[in-house]
Design a protein around this ligand. Structure first.
Ligand code: HEC
Ligand SMILES: [Cu+2]
Length: 364
């Protein structure tokens, strides 16, 4: 049936139900909500108003505390980043730089041992190549720039010797050497490392500290540079070519050593009775045992067979004191060293340029 106007009211929907057995009378309208009326009221009750006030006060506190926490975090992070005042802690970047410097030195140690130690000595004490660990040289001569140039241009840069035994190391040179720019930086960092820091020797591949199998301790090394070193007053700067430092030094001691020996005739005037030959070849003396008579001047006929490599002969007594230092000169050349009489005993002779060129001189 449709509810169209024009019909009788009782014919419109909803149709009134006729009383029946199940529902004998019309039921009262049912409340649709079960909550109390106050909650449905739109007005702000006094309790509700009080609650709103309390809640917004809490919310302000939460907000305030959140701001405080953020500010504390910012402050703490700030000091973590730039370091706390009064030097209580180092800035993060400085700390990273320090760590990186240590890593460079430790890796440079490995580069040096693998490539340079066979000529310059495990500790830079010198050998086929010149000494690198002397404070005199490290003070100014062996600066990072110079090292970089020498490693890029090769040993010929040092004294202008085209046949220098030291090859080019940097792979940026033509023809390229075996070391990349990182390794060059690292080996320079190692040579310039300060002796005030103890560094750890690490496995070149794994980077793990190396442990001494005997003592069970981690192996360490110290840098070479003494930051407090000052050259003696009036000292001349180290010569650009290291060989010149021997040429300059060798003149004086040979004469003064003779004076201390006593009233024996000076070697220049007395005819020497003994002449012994000595040859240097391949950065080594061909004979390591020499014998000369005691209390008599003698001559060492020194034959340097190494092209462009400077050598000399120096004699030390049992206390390590130099009693004679011959002039240093590059090969191929010959020179006679006239040496003042020596008291009987055992002496050591060596090349001051190449400390591992040595032998024994027996005076009897
Ligand atoms: C084959 C031997 C040899 C090797 C290996 C070698 N050098 Fe040399 N080095 C020499 C010789 C020899 C000289 C002297 C150059 C000359 O006068 O011809 C020299 C000179 C130098 C000098 C200049 C020293 C000075 O007093 O001016 C430096 C620095 C140097 N070497 C560093 C290194 C480094 C770093 C390595 C390893 C990457 C290395 N050398 C590997 C033989 C070697
Ligand atoms: Cu020598």
């Amino acid at each position: 049936m449709s509810d169209t106007p024009g019909r009788e009211p009782e014919q419109r929907l909803p149709a009134t139900r006729p009383p029946s057995e199940a529902a004998p009378v019309e039921t009262a309208p049912v409340e649709r909500f079960s909550s109390p009326a106050s909650t449905r009221s739109v007005e702000l009750s006094p309790e509700r108003a009080a609650q709103v006030v309390r809640q917004s006060s809490n919310a302000r506190w939460v907000g305030f505390l959140a701001v405080v926490v953020v500010m504390l975090f910012v402050a703490l992070y700030w000091f973590y980043e730039v370091g706390t005042p009064l030097g209580m802690s180092e800035s993060r970047l400085d700390q990273d730089a320090t760590n990186q410097a240590v890593v460079n030195v430790e890796r440079g140690y490995n580069v040096f041992q693998a490539n340079c130690a066979r000529c310059h000595g495990a500790n830079g004490e010198g050998g086929i190549g010149p000494t690198l660990n002397s404070q005199e040289k490290l003070y100014q001569h062996l600066n990072a720039n110079y090292l970089n140039t020498v490693l890029t241009a090769g040993g010929r840069y040092v004294c202008g010797n085209a046949k220098s035994l030291m090859p080019v190391w940097s792979n940026t040179a033509t023809p390229p050497g075996p070391l990349n720019y990182r390794q060059i930086q690292e080996v320079i960092a190692f040579i310039r490392a300060t002796d005030e820091v103890t560094y750890t020797i690490r496995d070149p591949e794994l980077g793990t500290p190396e442990v001494d199998p005997v003592t069970g301790k981690v192996k360490t090394f110290q840098g070479w540079v003494d930051p407090n070193y000052q050259p003696p007053a009036g000292a001349t700067p180290y010569p650009a070519c290291w060989a010149d430092s021997f040429a300059a030094a060798s003149a004086a001691p040979s004469g003064s050593a003779g004076a201390s020996i006593g009233p024996l005739p000076s070697p220049s005037t007395a005819a020497t009775t003994t002449t012994i030959p000595l040859t240097a070849q391949g950065i080594a003396f061909t004979s390591t045992e020499l014998t000369v008579p005691a209390n008599q001047p003698f001559t060492i006929e020194f034959d340097n067979q190494d092209v462009g490599v400077p050598h000399n002969v120096a004699i030390q007594d049992s206390t390590g004191q130099y009693v004679y230092k011959g002039a240093t000169f590059p090969g191929i050349a010959k020179q006679d060293y006239v040496i003042s009489p020596l008291a009987a005993g055992t002496y050591a002779f060596s090349c001051t340029v190449h400390p591992n060129m040595k032998g024994t001189l027996t005076v009897q």
